[in-house]
Write a protein that binds this ligand. Structure first.
Ligand code: MLT
Length: 331
């Protein structure tokens, strides 16, 4: 109680001072960005989300005239990072890059300390990334047909890595197990960066992961690939069949990404961040690299605050009932 009274007096005292500095604050805001901008990434360094953040971070920084710093805030399928950004100062200096886990989190986590539709401003959609089903190099199964027989024969002796509840690697693995009618042993990591290290080292058997990380490893033959998760084959991996064409009918996962800022970030600041995002996505090096990784740049209308908000709202409505029906959640 005494603390509350003292806090009230302190508030009254600073209110006067605050009005004196208001003009200065307006000037500082007009000059956004006056210092480096931090992009919070919800998974490990070196993983697919981190690859995208670092790829676009450089040209975004150039467009903003400031360095873009990547902050990997790990854990709980991206929800720890989302909560961190939701509570950050709404000044544009802390922004967030996350994938479609932003839309599955409300159904997957019963105790979510942020609301994707209330606690953020939207900068724009970023990239759409296919996935690949992978195995360690010395796994006895040499193609998808052999993999089907192998997982059926070995069941929960087979390990399947993922990046935790809410990660797309988890979602893809669940789809695979449900369509195959098998229960494998899942091994969670704080991102598919470390999961990939263990796949390369032969400590886990299988991983479903995004092409933004996997294409180079597939091309140099350090891992086995059993299929791609898109309806059509990928330009970067033309000889790899889709899972759909190999019998997992309608198996389709393409991972959309969005960029966010804390609720209350001024519109002028969001507009500058959105312009920097658009400049980065038009950068020839970014375009070439994303094409090499078979990742698609969203259309101009999606790369807007409204485009992202509309898509996120629709995705939350789509995933909610699916996840509820599947009965998957964390307390
Ligand atoms: C990552 O960046 O590690 C992945 O996006 C995690 C995931 O599978 O969702």
């Amino acid at each position: 109680m005494q603390m509350a009274v003292r806090f009230k007096h302190w508030l009254t005292a600073v209110a006067g001072a605050a009005s004196l500095v208001a003009t200065g604050a307006a000037v500082a805001q007009a000059a956004f960005p006056a210092k480096p901008v931090t992009v919070v990434v919800p998974f490990s360094a070196g993983g697919p989300t981190d690859v995208v953040a670092r790829l676009i971070g450089v040209p975004m920084g150039k467009a903003l005239g400031q360095t873009v710093i990547i902050d990997n805030a790990l854990g709980a399928g991206g929800t720890i990072a989302a909560a961190k950004v939701a509570r950050a100062a709404p000044d544009g200096y802390t922004i967030f890059l996350h994938h479609m886990g932003m839309s599955t989190a409300p159904a997957l986590y019963r105790k979510l300390s942020f609301d994707p539709l209330k606690d953020f401003e939207y900068i724009g959609q970023v990239v759409d990334v296919p996935m690949t089903l992978l195995g360690r190099k010395d796994l006895p199964a040499n193609n998808f047909k052999e993999l089907q027989a192998y997982v059926k024969a070995n069941g929960n002796k087979v390990t399947l890595a993922n990046a935790g509840l809410g990660a797309v690697s988890h979602l893809c693995g669940l789809l695979f197990m449900s369509q195959m009618g098998v229960e494998l042993t899942t091994v969670p990591y704080k991102g598919t960066g470390p999961a990939m290290n263990d796949l390369l080292g032969g400590q886990v058997d299988l991983l479903c992961d995004q092409t933004t990380q996997t294409v180079p490893f597939i091309k140099d033959g350090r891992i086995k690939v059993y299929g791609v998760t898109t309806h059509n084959r990928l330009g970067s991996l033309p000889n790899v069949p889709t899972l759909d064409e190999q019998g997992l009918k309608a198996f389709e996962v393409k991972v959309w990404h969005g960029m966010y800022a804390p609720k209350g970030t001024p519109k002028e600041v969001i507009d500058k961040l959105n312009a920097a995002l658009k400049t980065a996505m038009a950068d020839p090096h970014v375009k070439q690299r994303l094409a090499e990784l078979s990742s698609d740049i969203p259309s101009a209308d999606k790369m807007t605050p409204e485009g992202l908000r509309t898509h996120l709202t629709a995705e939350i409505a789509k995933w909610g009932p699916v996840i509820k029906k599947a009965g998957i959640y964390a307390d």
